[in-house]
Design a protein around this ligand. Structure first.
Ligand code: J9Q
Length: 276
């Protein structure tokens, strides 16, 4: 897989030289190039931003350096050009106004041959760059979630790691790719290691029992309780046909019932129980 990142802070992406992604690059599994947007400015001050038309706070990234940089990235490899055979590269544009990046997005993007990440700063990139890019790329504005960053670089670090580890060969032991968290729509259970007693805190006794059935049940209960407490949005999406009697008892304790083929909050009236 080929990955290009365009940024005015190329050194911000140096974390991609390290660890798993760094190793994958050394092994030739990922070909990752970081390009400095300022290399594509033509003025003395290497200007990348200007004031917004229509007024308002902050600055907007100018279109010309972006078009030059993205054009260079498109021409920068075999079978990468606009007229070349094969699929169009994907242009990922980190933005709080993008679709939310999920594990499903990572799986989808891990199948592509060429990804380009365009890191915006300031209030964003002139929208005409996005429109022009659609002629050459599949453009995907992407948000990591509902919070504000100063620019796209940190979002790109997260996305490249999430995508890169799904590329065949990047993670040494493919068993590690089994999606523990979220695989069955539940958060992961808590984990413990030695010592069995630490600062007066024992490891839950059942985990030392060697009773595999009881351990599996205990872990499932903790998953259900945790998910109900921390991610009620996930509980509402559970498939009731995947819930046994013990599951339903734990969920009931947390205030959820199965009704009309869905898992719903108890007391919402759907199960015929009295509503306060
Ligand atoms: C580029 N706030 O925030 C959340 N996901 C992405 C972003 C973001 C931002 C500003 C610039 C990306």
């Amino acid at each position: 897989m080929r990955i290009d990142v365009v940024s005015i802070f190329p050194e911000y992406l140096s974390a991609l030289d390290l660890s798993l992604i760094g190793k994958a690059r050394q092994q030739g599994l990922l070909e990752l190039t970081v390009t400095d947007l300022r290399e594509f400015t033509t003025d003395r001050h290497r200007t990348v931003d200007d004031t917004p038309y229509g007024g308002g706070a902050g600055m907007v990234m100018k279109p010309e350096p972006w078009a030059a940089a993205l054009g260079a990235v498109l021409g920068g490899g075999p079978a990468a050009g606009p007229g070349a055979a094969g699929e169009r590269p994907v242009l990922v544009v980190p933005s709080p106004a993008g679709e939310v990046f999920t594990q499903a997005t990572a799986r989808d993007l891990a199948l592509r041959k060429h990804l380009v990440f365009a890191c915006g700063r300031y209030e964003g990139i002139d929208e005409r760059v996005v429109d022009w890019s659609r002629e050459h790329f599949e453009v995907r504005p992407m948000s990591l979630g509902d919070y504000v960053l100063n620019g796209g670089e940190v979002a790109v670090l997260a996305m490249v790691e999430a995508i890169g580890r799904l590329v065949p060969g990047v993670v040494g032991n493919p068993d590690s790719l089994v999606e523990e968290s979220h695989a069955d729509g539940l958060l992961e259970y808590p984990v413990y290691t030695k010592p069995a007693l630490w600062r007066d805190r024992p490891v839950p006794e059942v985990l030392l029992s060697g009773h595999h059935g009881r351990i599996a049940r205990w872990r499932r209960d903790r998953q259900l309780q945790r998910t109900a407490a921390r991610r009620p949005d996930l509980v509402g999406s559970l498939d009731p046909t995947g819930l046994d009697r013990a599951d339903r008892a734990v969920l009931a304790e947390a205030g959820w019932v199965v009704s009309g083929g869905r898992v719903v909050r108890a007391g919402d009236g759907a199960a015929g129980e009295p509503v306060a």
